[in-house]
Design a protein. Structure first.
Length: 298
């Protein structure tokens, strides 16, 4: 038969007494009398049917049962205190931490953030970058990742539905004119991004130009670097419609020909599955999903 769970105040008295090995000091920490602490510890021992402390002439000493019980009680109290503070504490002082893909932050999120700040001025946000995926996610509440939306232990909300097409500067390095057709791409430097499955090979195949081979290429570990190189005239990159619209509208980039393909990879807002989400994180999620819905395809 299972033991009945002891009252929380008895467990707190035991935990404080075990740390101090002194009833008086534990009483001072918990704002109780020494007699109350002693009585609660005795009540706990009686319910458990085990002695937790050896009462010595000059103090206390944990029994083997007390030593075994203490780590579990201590961790439970610590976690309960942390959750209570996180959920019901001074939320205005808490920063929401979002790890974000760098190119998505720069090209998509940053131009829209003023709307979130206007709606929720009380929510502070700390952004960190995630050039490469880290699986633990311990330091963030939510994360924006690029991929197909399936990551173990994470729930994902899709944010973008992209068209994929070549982009370049109107003025290429060396005085070259932009290509007029995909067949001419073999004469240009193609800018590749490591880690994107739907890269140049995918685009050429889907657009019907699988026979075209690049004579020159450069590789980057972030899309933002490839797009900047393209903007500077150093080659031709693959643009994603959700990211390059602003640079096309400003004339910094052009689309040299009208061949675009749909992508299955996308940017997603991810968060740990089956984990409490802070109210500020829920506000951010609701807002960004609304923005994504309004700007679908853009």
């Amino acid at each position: 038969m299972k033991k009945k769970l002891p009252p929380l105040n008895w467990l707190r008295s035991f935990e404080a007494t075990a740390r101090h090995l002194n009833f008086t000091q534990a009483a001072g920490e918990l704002n109780l009398t020494q007699a109350a602490i002693s009585q609660q510890v005795k009540g706990l021992e009686s319910q458990l049917g085990a002695t937790l402390f050896k009462r010595l002439p000059r103090g206390l000493e944990l029994t083997d049962a007390g030593k075994a019980y203490l780590p579990v009680v201590h961790e439970c109290i610590r976690r309960l205190a942390t959750a209570t503070d996180e959920i019901f504490g001074q939320s205005k002082a808490r920063l929401l931490t979002v790890r974000c893909n760098l190119v998505f932050f720069t090209a998509w999120l940053a131009p829209r953030l003023h709307r979130f700040q206007r709606l929720y001025p009380e929510v502070g946000i700390r952004f960190t970058s995630n050039i490469w995926i880290e699986d633990d996610g311990k330091e963030s509440d939510m994360e924006i990742r690029y991929g197909k939306g399936t990551w173990p232990g994470l729930e994902a909300d899709r944010l973008t539905w992209d068209k994929l097409f070549p982009v370049c500067s109107p003025r290429l390095a060396g005085g070259m004119a932009p290509p007029e057709s995909p067949e001419q791409l073999s004469e240009y430097t193609l800018l590749h991004v490591i880690g994107y499955e739907e890269g140049w090979g995918y685009w050429l195949d889907q657009a019907g130009f699988a026979n075209v081979r690049s004579g020159h290429e450069m590789q980057f570990d972030t899309l933002i670097s490839a797009l900047e190189m393209a903007r500077q005239g150093g080659g031709i990159a693959l643009g994603r419609s959700s990211l390059v619209g602003g640079m096309i509208d400003s004339g910094e980039l052009i689309t040299p020909f009208e061949f675009s393909v749909d992508t299955s990879e996308a940017f997603h807002l991810v968060r740990p599955a089956f984990k409490y989400i802070h109210p500020h994180a829920e506000l951010f999620r609701s807002w960004i999903m609304d923005e994504a819905s309004q700007n679908r395809g853009s």
